[in-house]
Design a protein around this ligand. Structure first.
Ligand SMILES: Cc1cc2nc3c(=O)[nH]c(=O)nc-3n(C[C@H](O)[C@H](O)[C@H](O)COP(=O)(O)OP(=O)(O)OC[C@H]3O[C@@H](n4cnc5c(N)ncnc54)[C@H](O)[C@@H]3O)c2cc1C
Length: 649
């Protein structure tokens, strides 16, 4: 921190609030939105005076779109973002190939990710927060924080000191320096501040890579700083290579530049610069960065194509840090999320996405704990499961970065071969780049209190393990035979739906009952009876006191979806028809026509025992059991009783 002088500080203490969020970057804003929708009052501060107009992140992956469904914001993203459709690869200014980019067709409802500037992502959250009456307190900077043990009979709390400059903005460090059309912000010293001491039950630190909170609670941030330096520029340019879409250009100078489309015809170019030299002062390098330098590096990379900058919105340089906080939770009261917890290269666009997923993972748990539905010492430590996601993002971005920056003879040889067999290789390269791994659809958590294998049944492997992201599938709403015949006569295609579209509600567990062909027999009646009994028990035992504002009409914490095997027909079981009509546990009955959804969850679609899978509110598998009989339902009861606290306890 630059040194500052504080004149005439005024200090005040405020009463305990449930959650203070420090940092209103996209991760802090998303956390605030989730908690507000969960009915939890929040206070959110940022030392800046507005959303930063310079967007670092551009890419939002399919997994993020999946979780935006929970906050009802996904349509805003689809409307404002541009789908990632093609990657064109140029070598020595010649087009090697253009690959249609499809991230995941049957894996997710969202077959492609989006390009949307980080500032616009923040705006979407900010607009929603405003609608819900929550405003960011800009200009407030967190100075210090600690967990204070409460006195006798008093709960412990977090005590945080914040300050606001009485005139102008707070002192900022150099991370947002910009050149070009926007002036560099100068450090302002010797100012007058108002200070406040805020008491909160919980503090969520979303204050970026240089997190003040992380320093104050002494959490180490081990990792490495790579010597590579990258120049990043947003603006308008003239170039003989068409740069309007996602483009990679490998130049005769051995460097690669990536081009990304932004709104209003603006393009972003990221290009390798010379490596850092030992002892180089990066702040100094940033200060001395010029448009001319950037232009010459790009011109050499695009050569023999010509390149000229027309106007500049933002020019910056960054070096790659790969670091992750050694722990995410401090004394069960302070949580790190987003860049405060992990930083790495932008290759693969994992940073912001991972941060948003941190926010989601934490919010519903805080909601449960603050509603007395879960014990802090039981549920909150499971937030540490996010650490493995940061490791995953670091590994992936590092792999992509190393590939891009590979240097030396071997790299040149590979580049030459690439040119010869480009159209073939680009397929491999493309499928690697945009596979479910990059789209973050393969995310999975380790076993913990929330992701619990069955006590006695053999533990499944791979896709069927507890902790994996819930797979998507295609289902048919249950059709009675007469309706089906009717539809056939009218030539109406039977409407299908995606399993993921059923996962609504930020705080809701979804229970999938894979019935195989049990519904065709007398089993239907039994399933219906067991289901009614157990779901109504949970609903009366576990209640959420805060007013959920998640935009869905019903506020149930549990929703059951019965998925029948392909051979199910209403005529063979009036009980199915009856279940389907009234809905089960506020869910419905569906048919897995191709049997693939059963398969994706590890249950036989025909002649099987069926099974029950509990989906956590953030759509990861929490528990699964083979069978749909009384014992299986009791096992699910037991899962909930170890995770949740009944309101009478
Ligand atoms: C060049 C580049 C390109 C990238 N591209 C992508 C991409 O395509 N996809 C992707 O997923 N990620 C990408 N990333 C990463 C992404 O930008 C970050 O992961 C993301 O900004 C993290 O958001 P955040 O809210 O955690 O932190 P930030 O955006 O850094 O926000 C932190 C906020 O905290 C505030 N703050 C800091 N200290 C204090 C304090 N003491 N008191 C109060 N407020 C404070 C700051 O003012 C700021 O508003 C990229 C990064 C870079 C550098």
């Amino acid at each position: 921190m630059p040194s500052t002088t504080t004149h005439n500080p005024t200090s005040s203490s405020t009463p305990t609030i449930p959650v203070l969020i420090s940092g209103a970057g996209p991760v802090g804003l998303y956390e605030a939105l989730l908690l507000t929708q969960l009915g939890i009052p929040v206070r959110i501060i940022d030392r800046d005076t507005a959303i930063s107009p310079n967007s670092r992140a551009l890419g939002l992956h399919a997994r993020s779109l999946e979780i935006f469904q929970f906050t009802g914001t996904v349509d805003d993203f689809l409307e404002r973002g541009q789908g990632i459709t093609n990657l064109s690869y140029y070598m020595n200014a010649r087009l090697v190939g253009s690959l249609p980019v499809i991230q995941a067709t049957d894996h997710s409802m969202f077959s492609t990710g989006l390009f949307l500037e980080q500032a616009k992502t923040s705006e979407i959250f900010l607009e929603r927060l405003k609608e819900l009456g929550v405003f960011v307190e800009y200009g407030w900077e967190l100075l210090d924080t600690k967990v204070v043990e409460g006195g006798p009979g008093e709960e412990e709390y977090v005590e945080t000191t914040i300050r606001r400059a009485l005139v102008g903005g707070n002192v900022v460090e150099g991370e947002d320096r910009v050149l070009g059309d926007i002036d560099m912000r100068s450090e302002q010293k010797d100012k007058e501040y108002e200070t406040q001491v805020v008491r909160s039950k919980y503090l969520v630190a979303c204050d970026g890579g240089r997190s003040t909170v992380r320093h104050k609670i002494n959490v180490a941030f081990p990792g490495r700083t790579l010597p590579q330096k990258t120049l990043m520029w947003d603006g308008h340019c003239d170039c003989d290579i068409p740069l309007s879409g996602l483009t990679a250009v490998r130049g005769p100078n051995g460097k690669t530049m990536m081009v990304f489309p932004m709104s209003d015809g603006v393009v972003r170019i990221g290009v390798e610069d010379v490596d850092m030299v030992p002892g180089e002062d990066f702040e100094q390098t940033l200060r001395e960065l010029t448009i001319e330098h950037f232009e010459s590096v790009v011109a050499e990379t695009a050569y023999p194509a010509k390149f000229k900058v027309k106007s500049t919105i933002w020019l910056t340089a960054f070096k790659t840090n790969e670091r992750r906080a050694e722990r995410y939770v401090h004394k069960n009261r302070i949580f790190l999320a987003g860049d405060a917890a992990h930083v790495h290269s932008p290759a693969g666009g994992q940073g912001l996405n991972t941060g948003l997923h941190d926010a989601h993972n934490l919010a519903w748990k805080l909601g449960y704990v603050l509603n007395g539905l879960a014990k802090p010492e039981f549920l909150l430590p499971t937030y540490e499961e996010r650490g493995a996601m940061a490791d995953r993002a670091i590994r992936l971005s590092s792999k992509l970065l190393t590939r891009r920056l590979a240097k030396g003879l071997w790299a040149d040889l590979k580049a030459y071969l690439f040119f010869l067999v480009g159209p073939f290789i680009i397929k491999v390269f493309g499928s690697f780049l945009f596979a479910p791994e990059v789209a973050m659809l393969d995310v999975e958590y380790e076993k913990n209190n929330l992701n619990r294998p069955h006590k006695t049944q053999p533990e499944p492997k791979g896709d069927y393990k507890v902790g994996v992201r819930a797979k998507d599938g295609i289902l048919l709403p249950f059709y009675s035979s007469s309706l089906a015949t009717d539809a056939k006569e009218k030539n109406d295609p039977q409407p299908t739906l995606r399993l993921h579209s059923l996962f609504t509600g930020i705080a809701r567990f979804h229970i999938l009952v894979f019935a195989s062909d049990a519904l065709n027999t007398s089993g239907a009646k039994e399933i219906s009876t067991l289901l009614d009994r157990h779901v109504s028990q949970w609903q009366s035992k576990y209640t959420y006191a805060s007013t959920l504002q998640d935009g869905y009409a019903d506020k149930d914490l549990f929703k059951v979806h019965v998925i029948a095997g392909p051979s199910s027909t209403a005529s063979s079981s009036p009980a199915i028809l009856e279940m389907s009509k009234r809905g089960v546990g506020k869910g419905k009955v569906f048919v897995d026509k191709a049997g693939q959804t059963h398969q994706k969850y590890g249950f036989a679609a025909t002649k099987g025992l069926g099974g029950i899978t509990v989906i956590r509110p953030d759509s990861h598998v929490g528990f699964r059991v083979h069978g749909v009989n009384e014992q299986a339902w009791k096992d699910v009861d037991e899962y909930f009783s170890t995770v949740l606290v009944a309101h009478s306890e």
